[in-house]
Design a protein around this ligand. Structure first.
Ligand code: NAD
Length: 322
């Protein structure tokens, strides 16, 4: 399979948060998309979400009204897995995070699809070797983990299983790159991949600071958002330390603060299990944080998601990613 051969894509689980985002993205980029879900009501939801996302892009001037209409015309909605998988070159699987569901749709692809079609799972951390273990064609299986919302956030973490072929990995990488994504390939399997491990490391420390009474949920979020978070949109932690170390770069900053940081690390959270009841404390704090927001920045999940997408688009324009 070559990138140029990819014309039609199947998105499995199209009414979900991630499936509707992926379908939006592929339609936006001009592909024919078979959108699959398990019943008519969910297909209706898929259609509403995808059409809502495309209308949003048109309203924001990212695509023209004509491009939106063309994209909508390229979607085919079906609850028949055979029809969803027939005659596609790429499958983006977005079913719930369970091995047995992902294995079942892969078995259907083995049965009904072309053996060359690439199978890309959106899994947030399941292992591809395990997902592909019963497949007749495990060499075509990869993980392609997006970040929410998948039609806006550029990162795609590509992971491989023991039997994934190098050619499939390369095609998937080139495909995502050509569609405007920022793919990275994991060199070996790691539960949680890269970005989610980083995210959880931050979340664990943030939660610990709240539980110890150092700060509120709102203040720990402010500390991230108005401090390092602003730089994270532009550069990663290593490059940040490179600049922070002046002429001596990353080595310089470690020489300066390395031994002090060892004292901090000794005091930092190292939990291997979530502490009992911690989630109720954080939920209460985040509810307060949401209530404290200015009304024009949104106070409900829906309002804040819309505010986030508006700001994300501005940021993506700034860094030439849209
Ligand atoms: N939510 C996130 O932020 C996020 C981010 C990245 C990756 N993911 C991953 O994406 C996948 C989907 O997550 P989500 O948050 O969109 O979940 P979701 O519950 O919103 O969506 C799951 C979709 O799968 C459909 N579905 C149910 N059974 C199915 C089956 N047998 N075959 C195909 N589809 C089926 C559901 O009807 C639903 O539309 C998961 O693997 C998840 O780990 C989620």
């Amino acid at each position: 399979m070559k990138v140029a051969d990819i014309k039609k894509i199947s998105v499995l689980g199209g009414s979900g948060l991630i499936g509707s985002g992926w379908a939006t993205f592929f339609l936006w980029k001009g592909f024919d998309v078979n959108v699959y879900d398990i019943n008519d009501a969910l297909l209706q939801t898929a259609q509403e979400r995808i059409s809502g996302n495309l209308s949003y892009l048109a309203d924001k001037g990212i695509i023209t009204q004509q491009a939106k209409d063309n994209a909508l015309g390229k979607a085919f909605y079906t609850k028949e897995i055979k029809d969803a998988l027939c005659d596609v070159q790429f499958v983006q699987e977005c079913a719930p995070e369970k091995y047995e569901l992902k294995q079942a749709v892969l078995a259907a692809l083995d049965q009904y699809g072309s053996k060359d079609a690439i199978f890309a799972s959106s899994t947030s951390g399941l292992l591809i070797t395990e997902i592909a273990k019963n497949s007749q064609y495990p060499e075509r299986c990869i993980g392609a983990h997006p970040y929410n919302p998948p039609h806006l956030i550029p990162l795609v973490e590509i992971s491989k299983g023991e039997k994934t072929s190098a050619a499939v990995l390369q095609t998937a990488f080139d495909f995502f790159k050509e569609t405007g994504k920022e793919p990275i390939i994991l060199q070996k399997e790691a539960p949680g991949f890269i970005a989610n491990r980083l995210q959880i490391a931050i979340f664990r420390e943030a939660a610990d600071l709240v539980l110890r009474g150092v700060c509120t949920v709102e203040d720990v979020d402010k500390a991230l958002c108005y401090g390092p978070g602003l730089r994270y949109a532009l550069m990663g932690q290593n490059l940040i330390f490179q600049l922070g170390g002046g002429p001596f770069g990353l080595k310089g900053i470690m020489t300066h603060i390395g031994s002090t940081v060892e004292v901090w690390m000794d005091d930092m959270a190292a939990w291997k299990k979530w502490p009992a009841g911690f989630v109720d404390i954080l939920q209460e704090g985040v509810n307060q944080e949401m209530a404290n927001r200015k009304a024009e920045d949104g106070n409900t999940n829906e309002e804040i998601s819309r505010w986030r997408d508006d700001k994300l688009l501005s940021l993506l324009k700034l860094i030439n990613k849209v």
